[in-house]
Design a protein around this ligand. Sequence first.
Ligand code: CAA
Length: 275
Amino acid sequence: MAEAKAPQQRGGYAKEVSGERLAEIGIRFEVDGEIATIALDRPSKRNAQTFATWAALADIGGNLPEQVRIVVVSGEGPSFSAGIDLRMFTPEGVPGQGSFSSAAQLDATTFEQRIRQAQQGFLWLRRPEIVSIAAVQGHAIGAGFQLALACDLRIVADDVKFCMKEPALGLVPDLTGTKPLVELVGLAKAIDICLTARVVEAPEALRIGLAERVVARDDLAGAVQDKIAELLSTNRDAAAATKRLLQGAHARTLEEQAVAEGLEQSQRLKALFGG
Ligand code: CAA
């Protein structure tokens, strides 16, 4: 079988996961200069995710070319992602990846390591050096919702349907989605959304801060391109330093944040004017 075109990269990405292997998993990954695109590409199964999906996402993050400033995460077809592959709930599970019932037999440490590995596929999307944008249409359920929440920004189509389905299935959201959800919408709204597993549609998503922008389905790709152009118009290093500041703001007092601003600015001035 012909090897799929390897992504342009500086790190060891291609030897970690080949394009062919990514295609098997249901992911497309492309780098075009400063922009990387990760597309979930299993539309016939509504881009359902498996442990292999999360391992591949972690590999992409771990080997992201240094020049990349923007990472777009999208899903092919009618749904962004229908969440975890429901075969995980069957005794047979996902071939080569087990099932929830086999995972339940693991000792606590091994199980936690497995979850931590899966979470690595999501956590890197918050790195200060990049801005990650989820382009979300249709259903974003469970792991799909959490993947959208792992990104810095969410631009959504007017048919979007966010749903944190895990509690309805007896599970908790464990793919890093709970903290960003609380930070975006507040504790009460997060409790409402998660503990009812209800669907949040586009107007509400915009109103409560889950989405930065809602556009018609056909305009989604264009709206993402517009945001990319805006984001690339600022200085790369200043953008990373500012994102670091913004990310740390919540955990710092005003005084501490002021100190952090000064430290970052001093680095900026040195970089810009020497000294
Ligand atoms: N896993 C595996 N296959 C899935 C799937 C999933 N999560 N979601 C959809 N599919 C498959 C369907 O089985 C169907 O396959 P076949 O054509 O081979 O029968 C195909 O995708 C199309 O599905 P539908 O006909 O249902 O498509 P639709 O557009 O009418 O509906 C949907 C889309 C509303 C997303 C619906 O498919 C659905 O409700 N899917 C299940 C969603 C779900 O419960 N996900 C689990 C979330 S919890 C989670 O993610 C847990 C975690 O992180 C730990």
